[in-house]
Design a protein around this ligand. Structure first.
Ligand code: PEP
Ligand code: MN
Length: 348
């Protein structure tokens, strides 16, 4: 495909000229929002010769022909990895792992506040908690909805931690965005293209989970939908893929971490909780993810896992989470010979 990048400061007229020429040549195209100017993408141009005339158009910064099906998400067109600001003063991808932790679902004020305070003390920087839960079982607890959003806001006010929560539809995304810092797309919705398009237009970072059976290309194409709308803040989250063995809930594909690092500039985090479905496997897989170069973790933690309404068997207790953070700190220290910025006891 051909990617025409418009220069910063190029005019509407410049863009129209490129589009008219594409259409005149019978080629289909799409305009994507970009960092400086817009991009015009056409899947109908496959060779350099055909793309050459576009280089001379006024306002055009560069013209590339690529076989990549997710150009903005690629390093080739989208550039090198760079730190991403998720909320005021909170960065991911700056070399220091960012840990998001909290319950699977917001269940009650008491449960959320106890868990939020515990994970914060242990060094988590973002509080997770589902208010709208995508449950396979139609009669299982579906989340507290708007009441859950209000509780997340209260937990943020109490702890100062930004919050991440899942949205399942465009309507939910638009409604939730003004209240919540980071919006999550769950595995079951990774290819909900109308939701992805809506998220592309919102000014909120998106935690994009890998679909249960999604290839890396499909996942990056899902990210591309968001990037193409002008929202550059997409975080990729590996949460395990479906496999044949029933001993674990999913199969954690850790090789995808260094692989994605070579393919995309987007930050990559790992969710060992949904990947394994078993709390006792969460700590070892968290350490392995950080050793593989993940930019962060998403970990389910509950103040009382035995009473959890959702995903109790994979949730860490507050003590186990604090222990994991201490070990992660030790490991990060050993690998990088510098202290991470997360607030946790630095073990020596
Ligand atoms: C979750 O984060 O609670 C969740 C439902 O995750 P996933 O979409 O990865 O299953
Ligand atoms: Mn869960």
């Amino acid at each position: 495909m051909m990617v025409v990048e418009m220069a910063e400061g190029s005019t509407r007229r410049d863009l129209d000229r490129v589009c008219e020429s594409m259409a005149g040549g019978g080629r289909s195209y799409k305009v994507a929002a970009g960092r400086g100017g817009a991009y015009v993408m056409s899947a109908d141009v496959a060779c350099g010769e055909e793309s050459a005339p576009f280089r001379a158009f006024p306002g055009v910064r560069s013209v590339s022909v690529t076989t990549c099906c997710h150009p903005l998400a690629s390093r080739e067109i989208g550039g090198e990895s760079r730190p991403m600001e998720l909320a005021r003063g909170l960065w991911i991808g700056d070399g220091e792992p960012l840990v998001m932790a909290g319950p699977c679902a917001v269940e009650s004020r008491k449960q959320l506040l106890a868990t939020a305070e515990g994970v914060q003390q242990a060094g988590a920087r973002v509080l997770r908690g589902g208010a709208f839960k995508p449950r396979s079982h139609p009669y299982a607890f579906q989340g507290l909805g708007s009441e859950g959003i209000a509780l997340l806001k209260e937990a943020r006010a109490t702890t100062g931690m930004p919050v991440v929560t899942e949205v399942m539809s465009s309507e939910e995304a638009e409604w939730v965005a003004p209240h919540i810092d980071i919006l999550q797309v769950g595995a079951r919705n990774m290819q909900n293209f109308s939701l992805l398009r809506t998220l592309g237009e919102l000014d909120r970072p998106v935690l994009l989970k890998r679909g249960m059976c999604a290839t890396v290309e499909e996942w990056l194409q899902a990210a591309e939908y968001i990037l193409a709308g002008g929202n550059e803040r997409v975080i990729l989250c590996e949460r395990g893929i479906r496999s044949f063995d029933k001993n674990t809930r999913n199969t954690l594909d850790l090789s995808v971490v260094p692989l994605l690092k070579s393919m995309t500039h987007l930050p990559v985090v790992v969710d060992p909780s949904h990947a394994t479905g078993r709390w006792e496997l969460v700590a070892p897989m968290s350490l392995a993810a950080l050793a593989a170069g993940a930019d962060g973790l998403v970990v389910e933690v509950h103040c009382d896992p035995a009473e959890a309404l959702c995903d109790g068997p994979q949730s860490l207790t507050l003590d186990d989470f604090a222990h994991l953070m201490t070990r992660a700190s030790k490991m990060f220290h050993a690998l990088n010979e510098e202290e991470p910025s997360w607030r946790m006891p630095i073990a020596r």
